[in-house]
Design a protein around this ligand. Structure first.
Ligand code: NI
Length: 254
């Protein structure tokens, strides 16, 4: 049994094939899927998918690019939704320092607000981070008292940063990028990290793993990501499946 800890099943790319995609995941031993929101609208959509399907859970939150949406009203709506048992995390939330992204101070404020929200709900966070790993670790350290567990989703940073995050209690989420032929850096990082701290994700419909690049990504590609990680770690795919599932179940309480 495998778990896709981060997917975007409410994405329009799945509109005509959502049922088939979910069924195909089941056939490929992907027994549970956590579908994620990234703004309020997609969080509501993720929530309703989780209500509709027994083996689908959701995470809700406002990610950096939409952080201007986050106000008291949205926060209290997220808090209300977050009390439902199918909401297993707050996310994706975080920091993104790419060009054209919203003001960094505003992003940090919004991120901290949602870290506290997750803490109050006693649910882990799913962290989105791009070009901001230094500030991310700083911020996580400074807000340690609000720690409620979480993952660094689609991890793309260094070994040192990953170990800092692990020491703080976070998990490293491995997705399609780790299978790309030109992703030598992240492959070297993953080789050195402990199997006990990995969870798997597709981030579908984005970041389709090799050798399926160019096709639509979906949760049924989790076995491909597991096989690749097994190869990197020099262990069997069964070991990766077993340990990553234990990790995901423990973290998300599913
Ligand atoms: Ni995502």
């Amino acid at each position: 049994m495998l778990i896709d800890t981060h997917a975007h099943l409410s994405d329009g790319a799945f509109d005509d094939i959502r049922g088939e995609v979910i069924e195909k995941a089941r056939q490929c031993s992907v027994a549970k899927i956590i579908t994620s929101g990234s703004d309020y609208k997609s969080s509501l959509e993720a929530f309703s998918l989780a209500q509709k399907y027994e083996d689908i859970y959701c995470s809700i939150g406002i990610y950096p690019e939409s952080i201007l949406e986050l106000n008291d009203e949205v926060e209290s709506k997220l808090y209300k939704l977050g009390q439902d048992k199918k909401v297993v995390a707050i996310g994706e939330i975080g920091l993104q320092y790419t060009e054209g992204a919203p003001d960094r101070e505003l992003q940090k404020c919004g991120f901290i607000r949602q870290i506290k929200l997750a803490f109050n709900l006693n649910k882990p966070i799913v962290i989105h981070c791009r070009d901001a790993y230094g500030d991310l670790i700083d911020l996580l350290k400074k807000n340690r008292e609000y720690f409620s567990g979480g993952t660094l989703h689609c991890y793309g940073g260094s070994y040192e940063i990953a170990m800092e995050a692990i020491k703080l209690g976070y998990y490293i989420s491995v997705g399609g990028v780790s299978t790309f032929k030109n992703a030598q850096n992240i492959k070297e990082v993953l080789k050195k990290l402990p199997l006990e701290r990995f969870v798997l994700e597709t981030d579908c419909p984005y970041l389709t793993p090799h050798p399926f690049r160019g096709k639509l990504n979906m949760p049924s590609y989790i076995p491909t990501i597991a096989e690749n990680l097994a190869e990197l770690k020099g262990v069997t795919v069964e070991e990766v499946a077993k340990q990553s599932t234990i990790n995901a179940r423990r973290l998300f309480n599913i």
